[in-house]
Write a protein that binds this ligand. Structure first.
Ligand code: PMP
Length: 974
């Protein structure tokens, strides 16, 4: 930022690097290479001295006085002299002891280089890093608190206390009246603020993205580690330090200005607790500074030579100004208070009392006795199969109620929409009265009209309270003007017809708000603050229309951690609470929809009505064990066998993949009379004792090493991408070795493998591997078990079973997961002679193959066919693959795209030559993908392969969200 008000009118110095190098040599005795850095108003050079040290040579704008520069040096020396968690540049005196060196009328200084990269050059930063940036600003502010000197009494244009004067100076330069109004709206709250009460101290006043230096931590994520550019250091309001840093987060998070800003404030107040007036000054300062920045960029564009850099600044500054002015002010202030551990609305505004004392009428004539609150929440039982996105369906779901009331404080499924980059506004801040269009609306209380929209009116109530209280009526065609004074009960218009795009049928929305206008819905993340600003208007209607308070997902996680061990942990740093699934989407408790890329279990789509119907009707009829004779089992088994090679003609049903593989092993052992089994390195086949013996998937590896089983032999992982070879030769050698090792102990009973390496992210084995391995094992007298728990049932697109790709037929096939679409169903399919070894009646599973399991599993198979889901897997899988491959051409991080159909893996590498797995990156990328509406998780031996195995019904929009979100993350960072 600039060094003084006058700098606004002075162009940057224009020394060339050669001159800079000469000065460096003559005045500091330092030889080295010099390169130019970007600066708004000064000129800075990076110096790499021949002795390896690095510096910045700063040529100040002519407007900077010697006192200005001494002030900066004093602050840097002060900070450098104290132990702190961050680094600052240290001033270096010239060889004759001068701190300032003059050339051609310019003052030059040399400071040490702070290693790292400015946050501004690091792309996207997660909220956690923004909070660390806030903490850094807090530490800097705390360290400067005891530094007092008349030098800091500077008149700087970027000192927020000067913002109103700066705006007054420059506003005339803005020609567009709308833009001018925008700036005026931004500056007004600070002009009206009683700033005399704000504590003052020395502040850096520019702990922004350009001046905070970041460096990657051990987990690969960026940590803010240094602060540079002390050009704006001055005595100002202490709170300026956090407000300037917080505005810089808005530049990053322009789609969610509140979220980014709050993340910074959260970090700052962890270090520097603020007084109540300071907390309330944060937002006015942010607004004012955004206005001042936009104006000064207009000015710069006029006085300076136009460059793409300036043009971009101009555009960004105005976009940020629009974004901050667009945030409802009462919400911003309440949310900041909340983050600062204060009540979102301080004191008891006694609104309820004042409202109940005021004369009032119901806004529409509906007998209060007839009103009934209806549930439109994410978990509402009124909605089953996607009927929350079309008005006629919502109308039907609301149905019968004579005068339905939509609840206050409800996270609405009807507002969820489709997965998008930002969280949708789902939290309902008013009450809805579902009444026919044309219903007369009356003023519920006396007041003055303050805003009239096309379909809404806001009235400032005549209540004896300090804060203005507004009532907003929306969904009404108002016949009023701003300034109209309304007596209680006067007609104000009629309920309007819904607009074409409205999901809800006609209704009157009634909402209270304290301190200013609020939208009808906001993203649920800001729920507590928003509901404090918009209290429950139930009493205006004579019905209790408050939805139950939602519990935070953090509280649920805490509850879970008390009784569920970490062995059964959750996805994500801050796991969202999942409430609903539909097709290839998941919805969390904040009403946010996500494309689900990990649930191959919900093969035909979440909450498929065919499964629900089959389960319900079977549960109503009969559910018992398979010792009884009933048709459901036979109906399913025949349907399943019709999908299998003719050699496989017997089925035993169980409840899970682990059970299926466990039983398959038992069958092989019984049939061959041998014990030993061969599994592939890195495999997962289940948690039962017998299957777990074979698991060398990373989370299980330690256990496997601690309790090795002599009867299990591990064959090399046939991964042509990361393994030792691209052809099957060496991998088959290792199967041969395993067969020989087994032979030494009595022979091999079974070779167990996933035909497509699902747990590695869909790695395709080299051509001929499976056929070769089956041949080797069979000639050694063993059986071949194909574990299709993950990869079967049409998922690979071209084939129904993944083994078909290699033209082999296993002896035993195991299925589960998608077989019941999430309902526990597993099955073992094999040849008759293999299962005949089990004595009559020697197998029993209480629920395996029950009428319920069978009915559900039959519905799944029927749906795969009826909805052509295998074909969809082929089509959408190809579309996804094409997107990933195109992206791989642009993003070095993508090392390979594994898999077929809708079982794919995007293999992330730090380096394409070494193929070093990008494991930390994959985790961080998944965190950001979630913030962009996509549920993706890493898998594989190194947890660096992104799972792409969505429900088979994924559509074009789902593919676009998944690929688009990944592209965005790889472009912008994580
Ligand atoms: N086999 C494979 C290949 C699997 O991926 C899994 C589960 N991830 C299992 C078996 C075990 O299935 P379940 O979790 O249903 O017991």
């Amino acid at each position: 930022m600039s060094e003084s008000g006058a700098a606004l009118h002075s162009p940057n110095p224009t020394f060339d690097p050669g001159t800079a190098a000469r000065i460096l040599s003559s005045d500091w005795g330092i030889e080295g290479t010099v390169s130019a850095l970007v600066s708004t108003q000064d000129q800075n050079f990076r110096v790499r001295a021949d002795d390896g040290r690095q510096y910045v040579l700063k040529v100040s704008n002519v407007a900077a006085t010697a006192e200005d520069l001494e002030a900066q040096d004093l602050a840097m020396r002060h900070l450098a002299s104290r132990p702190s968690g961050f680094t600052v540049p240290e001033p270096i005196e010239a060889h004759d002891g001068r701190r300032l060196v003059e050339h051609e009328g310019y003052l030059l200084r040399l400071v040490t280089w702070v290693e790292g990269t400015p946050l501004a050059d690091l792309g996207y930063l997660p909220p956690r890093t923004l909070t660390e940036q806030g903490r850094l600003a807090g530490e800097c502010c705390q360290a400067l608190a005891d530094l007092r000197d008349p030098l800091f009494d500077r008149k700087l244009q970027w000192d927020p206390s000067r913002a109103p004067a700066l705006v007054a100076d420059l506003i005339e330069e803005v020609e567009d009246p709308d833009e001018r109004r925008l700036v005026e709206r931004a500056i007004a709250p600070l002009v009206d603020f009683d700033t005399a009460v704000l504590p003052r101290q020395t502040v850096h006043c520019d702990v922004t993205d350009f001046n905070v230096i970041g460096s990657p931590g051990a987990d690969g994520r960026i940590r803010p580690v240094g602060i540079v550019d002390f050009g704006d250091v001055c005595e100002s309001w202490r709170v300026s330090e956090v407000a300037t840093a917080a505005l810089s987060a808005v530049f990053r998070e322009i789609e969610d200005p509140l979220g980014g800003m709050l993340a910074v404030v959260r970090g700052f107040v962890e270090v520097v607790p603020l007084e109540a007036p300071e907390v309330d000054a944060i937002w006015p300062i942010i607004l004012a500074r955004a206005g001042a920045l936009a104006l000064s960029s207009v000015h710069q564009a006029k006085v300076a030579e136009s460059t793409p850099h300036l043009a971009r600044l101009l555009e960004e500054d105005w976009a940020v100004l629009r974004a901050v002015v667009g945030v409802p002010r009462p919400l911003a202030i309440a949310a900041i208070r909340e983050v600062c551990d204060r009540a979102p609305v301080p004191g008891d505004p006694a609104v309820a009392e004042a409202l109940s004392a005021a004369p009032r009428v119901a806004p529409v004539d509906v007998g209060a006795g007839d009103l009934s609150a209806i549930d439109l929440s994410v978990g509402s039982p009124r909605f089953t199969a996607g009927e929350w996105s079309r008005r006629e369906d919502v109308e039907a779901a609301i149905g019968g109620a004579p005068a339905a009331v939509g609840r206050w404080g409800e996270v609405r499924l009807t507002a969820s929409g489709l997965p998008a980059d930002a969280a949708p506004a789902t939290l309902h801040l008013g009450v809805d009265l579902f009444v026919p269009p044309g219903t007369e609306v009356k003023a519920p209380l006396a007041g003055t009209v303050v805003e009239v929209g096309e379909r809404s009116v806001s009235v400032r109530l005549e209540l004896d309270l300090d804060e203005p209280v507004l009532v907003r009526l929306a969904g009404v065609l108002p016949q009023l003007r701003v300034g109209d004074v309304l007596a209680v009960g006067v007609p104000i218009g009629a309920v309007s017809e819904p607009r074409t795009q409205d999901v809800l049928p006609s209704h009157l929305h009634v909402q209270l708000s304290l301190g200013g206008e609020m939208p009808g819905l906001v993203p649920a993340a800001h729920g507590r603050a928003a509901l404090a600003v918009c209290p429950d208007p139930s009493m205006l209607l004579g019905v209790d229309a408050a939805a139950p308070a939602p519990h935070a997902s953090a509280a649920l996680l805490e509850r879970r951690s008390r009784s569920v061990p970490p062995a059964a942990g959750t996805y994500y740093e801050e796991p969202p609470e999942m409430v609903r699934g539909w097709r290839h989407l998941l919805f969390d408790s904040e009403g946010r929809p996500y494309v689900d890329s990990v649930n191959n279990v919900a093969a035909i789509g979440h909450s498929h009505p065919a499964v629900t119907a089959a389960a319900l009707s079977q549960l109503r009829l009969l559910n018992t064990n398979s010792r009884f004779l009933y048709s459901a089992l036979e109906d399913y088994v025949e349907r399943l066998l019709a999908k299998c090679p003719p050699e496989l003609d017997r089925v035993i049903m169980v409840n899970s993949g682990s059970e299926a593989v466990d039983l398959a092993l038992r069958l092989a052992r019984t049939h061959t009379g041998r014990e030993d089994a061969i599994a592939i390195d890195g495999a997962y086949h289940g948690w039962t004792t017998a299957t777990f013996e074979m698991c060398t998937y990373p989370p299980d590896l330690r256990d496997w090493q601690q309790h090795p089983s002599a009867r299990i032999h591990v064959a090399g992982q046939p991964d042509p991408y990361r393994g030792p070879a691209v052809d099957s030769g060496p991998y088959l050698d290792s199967v041969r070795d395993a067969c020989e090792a087994a032979a030494a102990r009595g022979g091999v009973a079974a070779f167990v493998s996933e035909p497509l390496l699902g747990n590695q992210g869909g790695v395709e084995t080299p051509p001929g591997y499976l056929a070769g391995a089956y041949d080797l094992v069979r000639s050694a007298g063993g059986l071949c078990i194909a574990d299709e728990v993950q990869v079967g049932l049409g998922r690979t697109g071209a084939d129904f079973w993944a083994f078909e790709h290699e033209g082999v037929v296993p002896d035993i096939l195991t299925i589960a997961k998608g077989a019941g679409n999430g309902y526990p169903v597993g099955a073992v399919v094999c040849r008759g002679e293999i299962v005949d070894g089990l004595g009559p009646g020697s197998f029993f599973s209480s629920a395996g193959g029950s009428p319920l399991s069978s009915a559900v599993a039959a519905a799944v198979l029927e749906t795969i066919e009826a909805e052509s889901l295998q074909e969809n897997a082929a089509r959408q899988g190809a579309a996804l693959r094409a997107r990933f491959e195109e992206m791989a051409g642009r993003h070095e991080l993508i090392g390979a795209v594994h898999g077929r159909g809708l079982f794919m893996g995007v293999d992330l590498v730090k380096d394409r030559t070494t193929k070093e797995p990008a494991s930390e990156e994959a985790t961080a990328i998944c965190e950001r993908l979630r913030r962009l509406g996509a549920i993706v998780q890493p898998t594989g031996d190194h947890s660096n392969v992104l799972k792409v195995k969505p429900p088979l019904c994924i559509d074009d929009a789902g593919v676009e969200r998944l690929a688009g979100a990944l592209d965005r993350v790889l472009t912008e960072g994580w």
